[in-house]
Design a protein around this ligand. Structure first.
Ligand code: ADP
Length: 428
């Protein structure tokens, strides 16, 4: 029976496989041209059959190769993209799409730039376009938003792409997530900077220290020698003895601070807590410092609300005293005129002590550094105020060993207020 299609009068084309006499599969392309007469009768078919096996094999080979290349691009870690001669992206591999969580359609053209961090977008474009126009390789870093909305650092290596006739057909790029690498690189840089800073601080500390130790020591030796000199009367010698005692005490403070900081850093300081009446404690501190404050023509004020006078804290009396000594010595040292005020308030379950002064204050840029050891606003050789930069570091360590906190507010030329909070018990 003649197939109906032959009566349509259209040219027919068909591809099919045959087995040749040697038993091999061959591809045949058949073209037929049926002729129909006026009564619709098929009167003739012109036909031609060609062996297209070679072409077919080449075609299926190409398809197979393309599948293999796609698998290759999809199976690695790299996020791969390609662009055409119009600079627009026309391909993104599976890892790229999985990374961004977007569809190919969203990424094509310039769509991918929607995921680039705004801070790097412009430089990203500039690098790409400059390299593209010069047909050069490029290597750029930018943050790209991933499927969870997190920006990750990407290293993007772009290479010009050429076809088999050596004609430029666009670019191919390979991208790698380098966030972890960048993070550890930054940590190394920070650690290096910190080590350099520590080194610098230690050198400044040693230079200051030799000055701080030598000054009282020279005075002690000098005035001791004068004591043996018969040219001086008894009153002058009493004055020398007083100076020897003062300088001896200064020297003792410096040596004690160095011992304390090394013990604190090796965890060897023991805290002996006991119950202390906050009111009695701060009153005794006031009495201890009254003379020193008045000697500098400053006023020392004690402020406590009456109903707080029976409050009890649990702390190491000696160490708490040491902290107040540091804070008050600083307040006196850095205040030329005005008032120094000490006191406390009850806040929830803590007693919040404070030491306020009307001194030179601490510049904003030092606020997060001042509790670090050896830190001083001025640590130059020509500095005006003595000290070793250890007092606040020691105080912070000690307060924390007593489960408390230390912090401050300060404004240059207005003054500072240092707070210490210590857990409190019931009323005694
Ligand atoms: P030192 O007083 O021996 O230098 P500290 O650790 O006690 O060391 O203080 C560190 C630095 O903090 C001081 O050198 C000073 O620059 C600053 N500072 C501390 N207390 C005050 C204050 N009350 N007023 C102004 N500056 C202060």
């Amino acid at each position: 029976m003649t197939p109906d299609i032959l009566f349509s009068g259209e040219n027919l084309q068909h591809e099919y496989r045959i087995i040749d006499p040697k038993g091999q599969i061959r591809w045949i392309e058949a073209k037929m041209n049926p002729t129909i007469d006026a009564h619709g009768k098929l009167i003739r078919i012109d036909g031609i059959a060609a062996n297209i096996t070679r072409r077919k094999l080449a075609e299926t080979g190409l398809i197979e190769k393309e599948v293999q290349y796609r698998n290759l691009a999809d199976s690695g870690m790299a996020l791969v993209w390609a662009s055409g001669t119009d600079k627009l992206c026309n391909y993104f591999n599976k890892p790229w799409l999985e990374f961004t969580g977007r569809t190919l359609e969203q990424e094509l053209g310039n769509g991918w730039t929607e995921g680039v961090h705004p801070d790097e977008l412009e430089s990203c474009f500039n690098t790409y376009i400059a390299a593209f126009d010069n047909r050069e390789k490029f290597d750029m870093e930018y943050r790209l938003r991933n499927v969870s909305g997190e920006y990750r650092w990407i290293s993007d290596l772009g290479t010009p792409n050429y076809n088999s006739n050596n004609e430029f057909i666009g670019y191919i790029g390979h991208c790698f997530d380098i966030t972890d690498y960048k993070r550890s690189e930054q940590e190394l840089i920070n650690a290096k900077e910190k080590a350099e800073e520590n080194d610098r601080l230690k050198s400044a500390f040693l230079a200051n220290m030799s000055h701080e130790v030598r000054t009282p020591l020279n005075s002690i030796i000098g005035f001791s020698e004068l004591l043996a000199d018969t040219d001086f009367d008894e009153d002058q010698k009493k004055e020398f003895i007083q100076l020897i005692i003062t300088n001896g005490n200064n020297l003792l403070t410096i040596i004690s601070d160095i011992m304390d900081i090394s013990k604190l850093e090796s965890g060897k300081i023991k805290i002996y807590k006991k119950q202390i009446n906050a009111h009695q404690f701060i009153s005794s501190i006031k009495n201890e410092f009254l003379f020193e404050v008045e000697e500098k023509n400053l006023e020392l004020k004690l402020s406590i609300e009456d109903n707080n006078s029976e409050i009890v804290i649990t702390a190491d009396d000696g160490r708490l005293r040491q902290i107040f000594h540091n804070l008050l010595s600083n307040a006196i040292k850095f205040t030329k005129n005005g008032t120094i005020e000490i006191g406390y308030q009850i806040k929830d379950n803590v007693v919040e002590f404070y030491v306020r002064d009307t001194g030179i204050g601490i510049p904003e840029e030092f606020h997060d550094k001042i509790f670090e050891r050896f830190r001083q606003v001025d640590n130059t050789a020509t500095r005006k105020y003595g000290g070793n930069g250890l007092g606040l570091a020691i105080s912070k360590n000690l307060v924390e060993l007593m489960d408390g906190k230390i912090w401050f507010d300060s404004m240059p030329f207005k003054g500072s207020i240092f707070y210490i909070s210590i857990p409190c018990n019931d009323v005694m």
